[in-house]
Design a protein around this ligand. Structure first.
Ligand code: ARG
Length: 592
């Protein structure tokens, strides 16, 4: 509906929908939709001149908004489905839908169930999402947790909108650090065959590489990486071992998180593409000589002062070269409309360079959206950066297990959780613990830093995963009680629309309105690359339902039509929470 109204309003006013900026106000007092077009047009002459002549000589933004309202009422069919359009000071135009549209939608929700809120706007379009992408021989850090969680959620959201999504784990399995590691592994036996063991060996390399020794060691390590790039079997063999030790641990974390990928094309997989590029005359014509004989791609015409380094002076490839080969491969293989890189903000320059180079080389046309999400960091409760270097080591697997343990405490102290059957207990505890971690990550704006705080992660009263899951469990228990009392769910599913067309209380309308907007928020989450949009939405919905629940009778309501309506609302809220959480990669629990 949002797209339709935006289209009708914008085209009748002679502008495009991106100029109209139709929004959904938080509070229904300000309409179901609103636009600030009058205020903006009043301040911007070029925009004003696009509007119909009859409205142009207004004395202030409110006056302009009022004339636009009259124009819309006369010249469009909006009033067929819109209850009212009002100009509001200082110059907003607010639009309210007819109640019957909101009520009809309640039937629609339970018919569409799992698909409610989905769409086919992505039909025949492909999106590649690069996420998680941890580094081999290093522990899976809390930094990669963000990428894993946000990336998976964006995957779910785009898929729900009909896009063909390709999820790729771009493992950091190549680079000069492997030369150092091979150097060490040739001399020092591994203390323990774990990623931690590999990481320690790498640290030891840097402890040993001091003074004169350093030059010798670095020289040899570089030689090992060069051998690796050439495919020398002994180097390959050691490297492969590092990869398999690491993947064993990473897969445990993916299992805990319930995350999976369509492909895991690590950096190492692009050596053939790189070889081919380095033989391609057209490509070579873009390379120029950098400092010390390095090969670079100049990007000044894109306003980027630092060129992209493609080959180091010793002829080995760089991280950027591998990303460039990768983008070339992705564009040719998938013809994507969007490529999303779910990577931290510390790599902002890197992605600017890679994107600009892909444009300069003519690989990525203007129609392809290249997006780097640039997520923020996790900060420790003391506000410091979580890092492995400062010894402030955070073992991710331990963090996840701790979340599950704490979820167990919630369950133990909950009265309503008492009748959870023994066989479901472990699953439910897992889903609450992991859900809490995921939700806490996703509810923050992607770009902002996050202070890790157990109290907030598990806060049953605030904006948290357990709170949303709890609200779902509540809708579930209301429906179960209704069933016990002989209320037939089928009746609810196919109930007569007329039964629902009652006078709505403000709270009922407010909930019906939010339910109506669900699909529109899903689209916004995709366009903004922001699962937070869905968290905010779910939190608002759950708060509304919980205060409704406290204020109004549902099963005890005497008027049977009202009762039916409230049960329907309850059922639909359940569907929308379920679908919303699924997009965030979080399971619902039927009891807690
Ligand atoms: N492995 C990299 C790191 O940990 C992230 C890779 C992100 N993806 C990419 N295409 N560069 O820093």
């Amino acid at each position: 509906m949002k797209d339709r109204i935006a289209e009708v309003v914008a085209s009748s006013l002679g502008i495009v929908t991106s100029e109209l900026l139709l929004e959904i106000p938080e509070n229904q007092d300000f309409g179901d939709y609103t636009t600030s077009i009058a205020m903006r047009a009043f301040a911007d002459k070029s925009l004003l001149e696009k509007l119909p002549e009859s409205v142009r000589d207004s004395k202030d933004p409110y006056d302009l908004a009022s004339s636009l309202v009259v124009f819309l009422e006369e010249k469009t069919d909006l009033l067929n489905y819109v209850e009212k359009i009002l100009a509001i000071k200082p110059g907003f135009i607010n639009i309210w839908l007819k109640d019957e549209i909101l009520v009809d939608n309640l039937i629609h929700i339970s018919k569409k169930h799992y698909y409610y809120g989905s769409s086919d706007i992505g039909r025949n379009k492909r999106v590649v999402i690069d996420y998680s992408s941890p580094n081999i021989a290093k522990r899976f850090s809390i930094g990669h947790l963000r990428s894993t969680i946000i990336g998976q959620s964006l995957y779910n959201i785009y898929e729900f909108l009909g896009y063909k999504v390709i999820g790729d784990n771009h493992l950091g399995d190549w680079g000069t650090q492997f030369g150092k590691l091979i150097y060490m592994l040739k001399r020092h036996p591994l203390e323990s065959v774990t990623v931690e063991g590999l990481e320690k060996l790498y640290v030891k390399y840097h402890q040993l590489a001091k003074g004169e020794e350093k030059e010798k060691m670095d020289f040899e390590a570089r030689a090992w990486f060069a051998k690796l790039e050439k495919g020398v079997p002994m180097a390959r063999e050691i490297w492969r071992k590092c990869v398999s030790i690491s993947m064993r641990e990473f897969n445990r974390i993916y299992d805990l998180l319930g995350v999976s990928f369509d492909m895991m094309m690590g950096e190492s997989r692009y050596s053939n593409v790189l070889k081919r590029l380095l033989k391609n005359k057209h490509f070579l014509s873009y390379l120029s000589e950098g400092e010390g004989g390095a090969k670079i791609i100049d990007l000044q015409e894109y306003g980027i002062k630092t060129p992209l380094m493609f080959l180091k002076s010793d002829g080995t490839t760089t991280y950027a070269a591998r990303d460039l080969a990768c983008i070339y491969y992705r564009i040719r293989r998938f013809e994507p409309h969007v490529i999303i890189y779910e990577v931290g903000k510390e790599q902002t320059l890197h992605f600017k360079q890679v994107f600009a180079a892909a444009r300069k080389l003519g690989w990525a046309g203007d129609s392809i959206i290249l997006h780097h999400t640039a997520h923020g960091l996790y900060l420790s409760p003391s506000g410091k950066k979580f890092s492995t270097r400062e010894g402030d080591v955070v073992n991710l697997e331990e963090v996840l297990k701790e979340a599950i343990r704490k979820a167990g405490e919630i369950i133990n102290s909950s009265k309503t959780a008492r009748d959870i059957p023994e066989k479901d207990l472990e699953r439910i505890t897992n889903d609450i613990g992991i859900g809490a971690i995921k939700y806490f990550d996703l509810k923050h704006a992607v770009g902002s830093d996050i202070v890790f705080d157990w109290n907030k992660i598990l806060d049953l009263k605030g904006n948290s995963g357990p709170y949303i899951q709890y609200t779902f469990a509540r809708t579930n228990s209301v429906l179960e009680k209704a069933k016990e009392k002989g209320f037939i769910v089928k009746d609810l599913e196919y109930c007569d629309i007329e039964v629902l067309r009652l006078d709505l209380t403000d709270e009922e309308r407010d909930i019906a309105r939010l339910l109506f907007h669900f699909g529109e928020f899903v689209k916004k989450a995709a366009v903004d690359f922001s699962p937070k949009v869905i968290c905010d939405y779910l939190f608002a919905l759950c708060q509304r339902y919980n205060s409704f629940y406290d204020k109004y009778p549902i099963l005890k309501e005497k008027n049977s039509k009202k009762k039916m309506f409230r049960l329907k609302l309850t059922e639909d809220i359940g569907w929308v929470i379920r679908n919303g959480l699924r997009l965030l990669g979080i399971e619902v629990v039927e009891r807690m």
